[in-house]
Design a protein around this ligand. Structure first.
Ligand code: T1G
Length: 647
């Protein structure tokens, strides 16, 4: 099957790309387009060329699977230049996403037209590189420097209507894309053509723009190298001749391709795409999910309901009494009203999302639901009582899931009829935002139930990761080790603030102590106390000392740090120093990089134990948990990738 086919509609030729799954620019496609230029330039009957793609999307970029290998001709920048200098003008007809090299090919065309829901973008920085085929040099020639900087340094795609307003595309096509593109081409050749993009000028930005952009990019990149390099390439495009800027971009692209950050981001890219479809479940049909119930409308329950609604599922909320139902519905409404305030949702959209939730205290509402997700108080008796009722009222094949984070799902499912349909689905708060979903089957969980858990993950656009049963599953178990290791450094005299600064400097949003102050020290304290009450030998932690002194975190005005009233800014606490004085060695000179290295090594060591015990299926799964559940910097690939033995 040829990846490029040519057809003719009178004087307009159509070049159709068909290279599933996303028309990536592998060698065969580059060669096919290269040859198509010559073929159509040689055809006197042809006056213009429409470039269109089959399948789900326009060209989605260079073929990421080729990145580990040396580039092979025809190289993409040369192909783009060849299309741009073709005798007949090319018109890119875009549906789905024109991303990276795909958008660069479209920039080589004389015109670009797109369906309303299509998007264009330069996501290269999300792979640790920058555009390598003119993206940073041609884009500012269409939309100006500021918009180009935003696109190339964030990697965020832009929808067609916005791209039209920015000058990146020439028309939005309503109806059939090919028909509209051919009509556009016919009209375009009836008048003088615009200059090829490479020959258009770039307006110099206002004074101070570059310094401001450099500061802003450095702040948001938080250690990722590519965004600043993309900015430098756009600046070069604005200040140097086209060819010089193209050379600068290509050199930068080739250099970044070989970096550790690019290797890490590629690993995450493929792990994220593999996670929702485990090979072991490929032939297992999940239960169709049309209606879902959530038991408990607290923070977690409301977040889970919001995620289900965002995926278009109607939801029944069950609570213990009318007041709780009202509170739960109000919690859900707060999520969507927040979306309206942030301009993400219209009032009508928010209303429709809220209307899809029915609140009741009556379990008799559940006989037809396909899945129930329990999100009630984290206490075994409360959970067991819920499942005792669900086991009676729900269909025998309805999937019954618990959102527990610390309890043993086997204990929760005890006595449940048909335990094969029971599973753990551990969401992370806020459940409508955090992508991680730990999927925890019990030994009785059927393959179909497990497949349904992953199908839910796909439906909610989550990153689902299977976990075996242990305390804290994958993520919280590593978190516990990480916090214990951080406390160990405090005992060795390393200042609390230096440890937090070290982990923020490593790319985490927050260090371990400031994060505990935000979430509350008492949650883990109560878990430790519960374990002690159950007879487990749980040594006292520094956190215990603070909680017993009433220091539970920001919510009590102080935890590891003090906080001025109403402030979130952490202040070094004299009281903490006094409370812990007997536990802490003389000050240590450990540096921030040494701290980060030591703590990441602890995360990886626990990850290795998790692998050895079969709790996680692969190091990549553990990295996805840390990235999507705990904010580990994705440009480091995750603790397992960052500490892997290099071949
Ligand atoms: N190369 C190779 N395979 C790719 C691919 C790519 N660029 N993009 C996706 N795939 C595979 C993916 O692994 C999966 O495979 C299948 O396609 C469906 O993907 C020179 C150098 C386009 C928005 O970063 O954002 O161009 O698991 O599940 O949800 O300047 O894929 O089925 O075997 O994500 O419909 C820049 C990355 C490259 C785009 C579609 N381009 N892809 O989303 O499908 S660098 C990108 C996406 C570049 C130039 C530079 C999304 C999508 P499998 P999927 P989707």
């Amino acid at each position: 099957m040829s990846v490029v086919t040519i057809a003719r509609q009178g004087e307009i030729a159509t070049v159709t790309v068909d290279n599933p799954p996303v028309n990536a620019l592998g060698l065969a496609l580059r060669q096919g387009l290269w040859d198509a230029v010559a073929t159509l330039d040689a055809d006197p009957a042809v006056r213009a060329v429409v470039l269109i793609c089959a399948g789900r999307t326009f060209i989605a970029g260079a073929d990421v699977t080729e990145f580990g290998k040396p580039p092979v001709a025809p190289h993409l920048p040369d192909l783009v230049a060849r299309i741009e200098s073709a005798e007949k003008p090319w018109i890119a007809a875009i549906h789905g996403s024109a991303l990276g090299g795909g958008f660069e090919v479209a920039l080589g065309c004389r015109f670009r037209v797109a369906l309303p829901e299509a998007s264009v973008g330069l996501p290269e920085v999300t792979l640790g590189i920058i555009p390598g085929a003119g993206g940073t040099v041609r884009t500012p020639r269409l939309c100006g420097v500021a918009t180009a900087v935003d696109m190339a340094t964030t990697g965020k795609p832009m929808r067609a209507p916005k791209a039209l307003a920015a000058g990146l595309i020439d028309a939005v096509i309503e109806g059939d894309l090919l028909t509209g593109a051919v009509e556009f081409a016919r009209a375009a050749i009836a008048q003088p053509l615009p200059l090829p993009v490479s020959q258009r000028g770039i307006e110099a930005p206002e004074a101070g723009f570059w310094a401001e952009a450099e500061a802003s990019v450095a702040k948001s990149a938080k250690g990722a190298a590519a965004p600043a390099r993309a900015l430098a390439a756009i600046r070069k495009a604005a200040e140097a001749p086209f060819d010089e800027a193209m050379g600068f971009e290509r050199t930068t692209f080739l250099e970044l391709r070989g970096t550790e950050q690019a290797a890490a981001l590629r690993a995450v890219f493929f792990a994220e795409r593999a996670a929702p479809r485990p090979a072991a479940l490929r032939d297992v049909a999940p239960l169709p999910l049309k209606t879902v119930a959530v038991i408990g409308g607290g923070t977690m329950g409301a977040g889970i309901i919001a995620a289900l609604r965002d995926a278009g599922l109607p939801v029944i909320l069950i609570e213990r009494d009318d007041e709780a139902v009202a509170r739960g519905l109000a919690n859900v409404a707060k999520v969507f009203d927040g979306g309206v305030k942030r301009g993400k949702l219209s009032e009508a959209q928010a209303r429709a999302l809220k209307d899809g939730v029915t609140g009741t205290t009556d379990y008799a509402a559940l006989p037809d639901v396909d899945m129930v997700i329990e999100a009630v108080f984290e206490e075994i008796g409360v959970k067991r009582a819920v499942f005792a009722q669900l086991g009676v009222v729900c269909r025998a094949d309805a999937v019954l899931a618990t959102n527990t984070s610390y309890l043993d799902p086997r204990a929760i499912a005890e006595g449940l009829p048909n335990p094969s349909r029971f599973i753990g689905l551990h969401f992370f708060s806020p459940a409508n935002v955090m992508k991680l979903l730990e999927i925890v089957p019990t030994p009785q969980t059927s393959a179909r139930t497990l497949a349904t858990g992953f199908a839910l993950g796909r439906l909610l656009k989550k990153i689902p990761v299977r976990s075996g049963i242990c305390e804290g599953f994958i993520g919280n178990r590593i978190l516990k080790r990480y916090r214990a290791a951080a406390e160990g450094l405090v005992r060795k005299g390393v200042p609390i603030a230096r440890i937090d600064a070290a982990m923020r400097g490593h790319g985490l949003a927050m260090g371990p102590f400031e994060a505990q102050d935000l979430g509350g020290l008492d949650i883990a304290y109560l878990q430790r106390e519960g374990a002690r009450a159950a007879g487990q030998d749980v040594p006292e932690t520094l956190g215990d000392i603070l909680v017993r002194a009433g220091r539970k975190g920001q919510k009590t005005g102080g935890g590891w740090y003090d906080y001025a009233a109403g402030e979130r800014k952490p202040l070094i606490s004299d009281q903490v120093a006094q409370l812990l004085a007997a536990e802490i060695a003389p000050p240590s000179a450990m540096t921030e990089p040494e701290i980060a290295q030591a703590l990441v090594a602890e995360m990886a060591a626990e990850g290795q134990a998790i692998l050895d015990e079969g709790i996680a299926a692969s190091p990549a799964d553990i990295d996805l948990v840390k990235i999507h559940g705990y904010g580990f910097p994705r440009w480091r690939g995750g603790p397992m990738f960052a500490t892997r033995v290099r071949e």
